[in-house]
Each structure stands twice: as structure tokens, then as C-alpha cells.
Design a protein around this ligand. Structure first.
Ligand code: ACO
Length: 331
């Protein structure tokens, strides 16, 4: 889907924030847990360490990231009208992480708050949803968060998955802006064989035969299929987006792709014909933090002075669902 809200109304990021656990787990530490090696992990993925929650929760990290984004935006909590959290690892089926944040941050009761489940594409889906919703509200601010504790759904006996993922949260505060562009493109291809994580509902329902079936709620993945899907969908999504925006790949200052694997990002850069230096990467220290990876990257780029006002950005997520989505906007 190519989505273009009011063509005159784009989206401006006013502030970013992030929070990762301070417990770093290196590839060498994983060598003591599963049959793997630092060489295998780093050469196949670019990952050398990841942060793993050790006392931190999805909510504590999301709250810290959100507070930093609100402070950087220079707004009051009471100005926030929309709260969207992209996550697949909330502590509860209900309340949503967005509702828990409403309470923790002391936001107005009138906020529109709900979560988005689109795995690693979640943050860009949430950004687009915020863009649409702000056009229907009184045009204040939206808080958009990507936050995951993936270590909760990792099987630490499965070397195919447990070496890839990390925990963390990132947040942005956005506002509609007539001077900024905003274009979105997305797709979905339901396929639970390639990437899935069963929900665990223990039930004592006496009226169903199936209630005692218990599955471990671990993430399972066919890595090479996901890899193929990722490189194909990134190119398709970004090319369609840039064509609509009438901007060439070389004109983009920063490509902020979901940090799943450095080889995916390098392949995408080659296929798009864009210089690899324009593709931000922090996967070496963060691993794959799913919905959190793009807002964490944006915060690290902002705080390290890499972003200049007016820079053209492409954000692109891909992953579970399967889903993909890309955003064209400016800093
Ligand atoms: N250590 C050592 N060996 C391993 C490990 C490991 N941690 N994991 C797998 N292997 C083995 C496999 O058992 C297999 O062995 P076999 O050939 O004897 O059966 C072999 O390594 C597979 O090797 P490759 O084919 O070279 O692996 P590949 O190049 O496909 O890399 C990887 C695997 C890194 C998983 C890659 O496919 C990938 O990154 N895929 C994308 C994953 C992704 O992006 N997920 C994002 C979505 S997640 C979300 O949405 C929540």
C-alpha cells in the first residue's frame, strides 16, 4: 500500500529518546550457552554483543525512552494526544503498553492509546498511524514508541535465534508540519511458517477439547527465508516510495533500516544503488531489537550529531507477519 495523507501535511520529529538495559551479553558469553562462536555470529550478522534485560521491563525501558524524547522535544506531557507503542512483548495482553505508559507518564485521560503488533515493522507502521490520527485530532503531539524485551521469547537452547536478538526501547515525539514531507509504503504477507511466536494462553475451559495444549511461547524462524524476504521487500518498498516522492536513492541523506543483520543492510544498499555510508548501523552492539531498532537508531544518530535539519530520511522495517513498511520524511 502506498499511503499519502494530506499531501500538504507531513510529520516532524521534535525529539527522540532511547533506553537499553545496561547488561551487555557478548558472543563469547553465548558460546557458553549454545553451540556457536563469535566468528559465526559476527560474520553472518555483524552482531558482537546485545543488551539483555536483567531487571528492566518493557514498561520501565519504554518510560525512560519516552521521558527522554519528551524532554528533547521541549513539550509538556499534557500536550500529548496520541500514544502508540509498537511491541510484541508487552507484559499483558491487556492493558496495552500504551495505556501503561499513559499512567506512568501521567498523561491526560483523553489520549488515544493503543499498541501495534507488526514485529520489526511496528515502528514505521506506528509512525504512519500517528500521522493519520493527528490529522483527526486537534493537531498536537504524538508519542510513538518501539519497545521490546525479546529475551523473554527467546529459546536459549536454539542457536538459530537466541544469538540474534536484544532488548531495548526507542521513542519519538512527532507533530504535523506543513513544511515537512511524509510518505509511507507498506505490505503484509501472512506466513507463520517463516517466523512465528505462539501466544500462550493457559485455559481451564471445560467446554473445549483443545485447552490443555501448551506450547512454549518461543520465537521460531527460518532465517534464510526471512533474509530473502527482507532484501526483496526493502528494495520493493523503498523504490516505490522514492518514485512517489520523486526523489532518487542518491538524494537520501540517511537510510535507517531495521537492524536485523548487517548483511541484509549491505545487500539492500547495493540493490538500491545507494552508498553504504548513508546506512546507519548499530547492530554490532545492539543486536536485533525488533520494533525498537529504528527509534533507538534515530536517537543515537541525533545524540551523536549525525542528523542535520532538512536531511532527507528513509526509515524501513521488515519482519514478522511477514510485514514491511517504509517512510520518507525529513529531519
Ligand atoms: N552458530 C553456529 N552455527 C549456527 C548458528 C549459530 N548461532 N545458527 C545456525 N547455525 C548453523 C545452522 O544450523 C546451519 O547448519 P547446517 O548447514 O549444518 O544445517 C548453518 O549454520 C546455516 O548457515 P548459513 O546458511 O550460512 O546461515 P545464513 O547465512 O542463512 O545466516 C541468519 C543465518 C543469520 C539467521 C540469516 O539467515 C539471517 O539473518 N536471517 C534474517 C533474520 C532476520 O532478519 N530476522 C528479522 C526478523 S525478526 C522479527 O521480525 C521479530
Amino acid at each position: 500500500m502506498i499511503y499519502r495523507g494530506d499531501p500538504l501535511t507531513g510529520l516532524k520529529i521534535l525529539g527522540t529518546g532511547s533506553c537499553v538495559p545496561n547488561h551487555s551479553v557478548t558472543n563469547q558469553m553465548l558460546e557458553t550457552v549454545v553451540d556457536t562462536s563469535d566468528d559465526w555470529i559476527s560474520s553472518r550478522t555483524g552482531i558482537r554483543s546485545r543488551c539483555i534485560a536483567n531487571g528492566d521491563t518493557n514498561l520501565t525501558m519504554a518510560k525512560a525512552a519516552a521521558e527522554r524524547a519528551i524532554e528533547a522535544a521541549g513539550i509538556k506531557n499534557s500536550d500529548i494526544e496520541v500514544v502508540l507503542c509498537a511491541t510484541i512483548t508487552n507484559e499483558y495482553v491487556t492493558p496495552s503498553l500504551s495505556c501503561l505508559l499513559q499512567r506512568e507518564l501521567g498523561l491526560n485521560e483523553e489520549v488515544l492509546a493503543f499498541d501495534i503488533n507488526a514485529a520489526c515493522s511496528g515502528f514505521v507502521y506506528a509512525l504512519n498511524t500517528a500521522h493519520s490520527l493527528l490529522q483527526k485530532t486537534s493537531n498536537k503531539y504524538a508519542l510513538v514508541v518501539g519497545s521490546e524485551v525479546l529475551s523473554k521469547i527467546m529459546d536459549f537452547t536454539d542457536r538459530n535465534t537466541c544469538v540474534l536478538f536484544g532488548d531495548g526501547s526507542g521513542a519519538v515525539v512527532v507533530k504535523l508540519s506543513r513544511r515537512m514531507p511524509f510518505l509511507f509504503n507498506s505490505g503484509a504477507r501472512g506466513d507463520n511458517l517463516v517466523l512465528n511466536c505462539p501466544a500462550i494462553y493457559e485455559s481451564n475451559n471445560p467446554f473445549s477439547q483443545n485447552t490443555n495444549e501448551k506450547k512454549a511461547g518461543f520465537l521460531q524462524m527460518d532465517g534464510s527465508e526471512v533474509f530473502r524476504f527482507a532484501v526483496e521487500s526493502i528494495k520493493k518498498s523503498i523504490m516505490a516510495l522514492l518514485e512517489k516522492a520523486q526523489v532518487s536513492p542518491e538524494e537520501i541523506d540517511h537510510y535507517v533500516l531495521h537492524q536485523a543483520n548487517s548483511r541484509i543492510i549491505c545487500t539492500a544498499a547495493k540493490r538500491l544503488g545507494a552508498p553504504i555510508e548513508r546506512f546507519f548501523m548499530n547492530i554490532e552492539k545492539r543486536g536485533n531489537t525488533s520494533a525498537a531498532s529504528i527509534p533507538i537508531a534515530l536517537d543515537e544518530m541525533r545524540t551523536s550529531g549525525r542528523l542535520k535539519r532538512g536531511d532527507k530520511l528513509v526509515l524501513s522495517g521488515f519482519g514478522g507477519g511477514l510485514t514491511y513498511g517504509s517512510v520518507y520524511m525529513a529531519w
